[in-house]
Design a protein around this ligand. Sequence first.
Ligand SMILES: [Zn+2]
Length: 306
Amino acid sequence: MNKKIKFIFCIICFILSCVSVFLINFIDLFPKNYLIVIIFSFLFFNILIFLFNIFNKKVLNIIGIVLEFILAIIILFLFFSPIKIPVLTYHDFTLVNPTNEMQINKKVFEKQMMYLSKMGYKTLKLKDIECFIESKCNLSRKSVLITIDDGWKSELEIALPILKKYNLNAVIFYLGENVDGKNQNFMNLDDLKRIEDEYDNIEIASHSYSLHYDDAYMLDLSEFVSDMKKMKKVVNSKYYAYPNGMYSQKYMEALEKEKYSLAFTFGQNNTHRKLTQKDNRYELPRLNFSTDMPLWKFVLRLNWYK
Ligand SMILES: [Zn+2]
């Protein structure tokens, strides 16, 4: 291969590398770490030059070009692929080792939140999801929605200070029946007021008033409606998470009747996938992050879950 052709190939590779860098930044995949991407792209570019100049073998030139094109295609694919939002779900928090699948240790949770913060993830509000589902706005690919179910006392004592520390938004799906404070494991009315006063990064939404038991999703329309009316007196939110993620056609009809805007599932028919713009507003999927897991597993789940 003569020098002129080599030079042209190098220029093409250089342009492709620049376009890749631009696209990666543009699609918001690596916001605060784009320097790494630039370094990698140029490293790749240099490897190609190395291949072109040191070895004078046609096959190496072809491999270099093919690799560069594959990279460009991957970037283009990412650019045009639909936006998917991971909705993380937590439950109970603990200072010691978790005793069940619903608990996560404070340190493990803090590491995860620190990661989200450091990597520049935007933690969404429920109205952002609503706007996205209604196709009225787009979201950054680097967004997550953090949800915490049930309203355990540990949410207030352990999770909320961490979320505040890292300036992250989150939603608590509260179970209304605990508002009287009889069950000490859960937050009461005073706790809810405290959250309202001290944590403007936290939204409180509905997890039903008293439907957190097996088979509750099989009730009649009127029973769902009366539970929702009761709940609105405790937490007046238009956002809902089905207890245990279990829902039915009648359940969805009741939500519509009571003018709920969004409802999140968990379990039944739910394959634990990310949320897309095509999802039904009353069948929004979530991902379970309740249990302890090493940070690499958290990152993997966050990025590679479908
Ligand atoms: Zn629950």
